[in-house]
Design a protein around this ligand. Structure first.
Ligand code: ZN
Length: 229
């Protein structure tokens, strides 16, 4: 019995240490992602050079590598010449370019991609996803205004699915676990829980602010004129 409290304490401190390490790794990964630019936003155009979406560099590289898209090299000077992955990876990054490190050397992060087999314009510039709904709502519970860590956030159907509510931009909001449980299967009117902001599909100007709050890449500008809201 004598050793038990010490053992418990050791186990507890080991757990605490593990949590600290976990957070450090998370932080390092996040920093690395920023540094290598894998999270940086990339504008995606259809074959007619119309903006269709903003995506991450990580996804852009996948599209480029798989040949589903080509990257636009440079601005007006380069004549907006779309190039494939092999051609793109042969271009040396300049000092102000974001790049990713690969065993074969640094590869520049593209700013604009042009899709090879797509010529429609989707209804929203951002994919409807959990993360994008959280982003739109600034990671804030739309019922109580709380901002818990992302793992404690839920997607809430304003009109519950069981009552015919759809999974759409205008029926999904960010909510904390507590509010999500409290609301249950009730409609907003029934439980008196009304979202602080009426949920809506992000338009282009909002999507651009969400994807690139501090950066508006010069390479994007020629394609962003006259976009519908
Ligand atoms: Zn809440």
């Amino acid at each position: 019995m004598k050793g038990t409290p010490a053992k418990v304490a050791t186990a507890a401190s080991q757990e605490a240490m593990e949590r600290v390490l976990e957070r450090a790794v998370e932080r390092a990964n996040a920093e690395r992602a920023t540094k290598t630019g894998l999270q940086s936003p990339v504008l995606v155009l259809n074959r007619s050079f119309q903006p269709v979406r903003i995506t991450t560099a990580r996804h852009a590289f996948t599209l480029l590598y798989l040949g589903r898209a080509r990257a636009l090299d440079g601005g007006f000077d380069a004549g907006f010449e779309p190039v494939d992955f092999v051609q793109w990876s042969a271009i040396a990054p300049s000092a102000d370019d974001d790049f990713i490190g690969t065993p074969r050397g640094p590869i520049r992060v593209p700013r604009v991609l042009i899709l090879s087999g797509y010529n429609r314009v989707p209804s929203a510039p951002l994919r409807l996803s959990r993360r994008n709904v959280f982003l739109r709502d600034a990671f804030t519970c739309q019922y109580c205004g709380g901002r818990p860590p992302m793992r404690d956030l839920n997607l809430d159907h304003v009109l519950p699915r069981s009552r015919g509510g759809k999974s759409s931009w205008d029926n999904l909001v960010t909510s904390c676990r507590t509010c999500n449980v409290k609301k249950g299967y009730a409609t907003p009117e029934e439980c008196g829980m009304i979202p602080r902001t009426k949920p809506h599909r992000p338009n282009w100007s909002m999507a651009l602010r969400m994807a690139a709050p501090s950066t508006r890449y010069a390479e994007w500008e020629p394609f962003l004129e006259g976009l519908p809201d």
